[in-house]
Design a protein around this ligand. Structure first.
Ligand code: AMP
Ligand code: GLY
Length: 429
């Protein structure tokens, strides 16, 4: 089967790496791909947002499955157009992708379906939002409604900060994403990511992870897309995972089907593990980046088979996919300046040596110039190690990182710290 993968980041490299292992694959294309993905796929020079061009390519090349990595093409309706032409696609429709594209939509759905999440109110004008603030304690969470690449969330410690955030969002500080604002109760607990696959009616679990969103060690400094991650997230115990399926994922999939927008694809739940149990922070309509770089190395099954079962609505008929008990941990090597303006053009050496040591080096923002690997984005590489424990996976990942010379880059040295400390304390610590 021919497969077309949409996207060009580290997440897509991890998907390409796994798709390429499937015996069913005859040819993998990637639009547009990157130099790492090109080891597994033929690059196609198409913009993921040029929907008609992608549909035409998929039709002309007789593509059996299109796998959509990032959220923007989903929110723009790529999956709908492919389905209209009878092309199988892994990824939700535009309507279903509202679970990621509109925070207000998701909060209303949670309220209707009784899904545990933070108390909230939606506002479309500044005066009403300012008045509404008094209903919430401090700190309070203020979110631009639409896609804002993780930057549309402010946790305000004081009423003054909250007012300033509202003024900024309604004043156009987040573009179209801030035409509507959601104010939320602040939840406390540890965060974990949970992945489920859904085919419109059936949903099944597909692993957990924890990521490090802050740029600095000890989880300090500005938010990023993610500086590293590990899987599994042992804080999400089997009991909590079952509770998450029962109270959050299954009611969501049911409510989406009832609303006439069946959800098909991966549903990535950002959870807060509160004293009252797991609560939903937000949904993403795609795999996480860099969480995919730790999920795929734990999946020994056939990803094409699994994604086809999702795309064809056959999840109820297949055995539950299993993730291996081993741990995986990925360290993001970013370009200096990230998450602000990253320095482009820095040379990278030693990727082969890192891989020879047993790690997997996923490309996130690289390009080739005269055969030389060059940094070409904020997050540049994701270096994944595996092991029997998170500590072992961490040691393997950093051993590989240390074999890579990327003088204009940096990485955090403490990815996985919380879990490694817990492991060191032992199961009864
Ligand atoms: P989001 O983009 O909705 O995932 O929010 C980004 C980050 O803000 C989350 O990963 C949390 O750390 C934090 N956050 C969002 N909503 C809340 C909330 N209601 N209570 C506490 N923290 C939150
Ligand atoms: N790592 C967070 C995300 O993919 O949204």
């Amino acid at each position: 089967m021919k497969v077309l993968l949409i996207g060009s980041g580290g997440r897509e490299h991890a998907l390409a790496w796994k798709l390429a292992q499937s015996p069913r694959l005859t040819k993998l294309y990637a639009a547009p791909g990157n130099p790492g993905i090109a080891r597994h796929a033929e690059p196609v020079d198409l913009d993921p947002l040029h929907i008609e061009a992608i549909v035409a390519f998929a039709r002309d090349e007789n593509i059996g499955l299109v796998v959509v990595g990032p959220e923007q093409p989903l929110v723009a309706g790529l999956a709908d157009r492919l389905r209209e032409d009878g092309i199988l696609v892994f990824g939700p429709s535009k309507a279903a992708a509202q679970l990621e594209g509109s925070k207000g939509f998701t909060k209303d759905l949670c309220r209707r379906a009784g899904i545990p999440t933070a108390a909230y109110a939606r506002y479309t004008d500044l005066a009403a939002a300012q008045a509404g603030l008094t209903r919430f304690g401090l700190p309070v969470v203020i979110k631009a409604d639409g896609l804002a690449a993780g930057k549309g969330v402010v946790i305000a410690e004081t009423a003054g900060e909250a007012q300033a955030a509202l003024a900024d969002m309604f004043g156009g500080g987040f573009g179209g994403a801030g035409a509507e604002v959601v104010i939320e109760e602040y939840m406390t607990g540890e965060e974990a990511s949970f992945f489920a696959l859904a085919d419109g009616t059936t949903a099944i679990p597909f692993g957990s992870a924890q990521d490090h969103k802050r740029v600095g060690e000890g989880d300090t400094g500005p938010n990023t897309g993610g500086m590293g991650a590990y899987s599994p997230a042992p804080v999400l115990t089997p009991t909590l995972e079952a509770q998450t399926m029962r109270e959050i994922i299954l009611p969501t999939v049911r409510a989406m089907a009832e609303a006439g927008m069946p959800y098909s694809g991966v549903l990535y739940a950002g959870l807060m593990l509160t004293a009252e149990g797991p609560k939903l922070i937000e949904y993403n309509a795609r795999f996480g980046d860099p969480e995919t770089q730790v999920l795929m190395p734990r999946f020994d099954g056939d990803l094409i088979d699994l994604m086809l079962a999702v795309a064809e609505g056959r999840l109820a008929e297949i055995p539950l996919p299993e993730l291996a008990p081993r741990a995986a941990l990925t360290v993001v090597m970013a370009a200096r300046g990230y998450p602000g303006t990253p320095e482009k053009g820095g040379g990278i050496e030693g990727v082969d040596a890192a891989e020879a040591a047993g790690a997997i080096v996923f490309h996130a923002g690289t390009t080739l110039e005269d055969g030389r690997l060059i940094a070409n984005g904020g997050r540049v590489l994701a270096v994944t190690g595996t092991g029997a424990s998170v500590a072992e996976a961490q040691a393997a990942a950093y051993d590989a990182v240390d074999r890579i010379a990327f003088p204009t880059g940096f990485c955090r040295r403490d990815i996985g710290w919380r879990e490694v400390a817990r492991e060191a304390q032992g199961p009864n610590g």
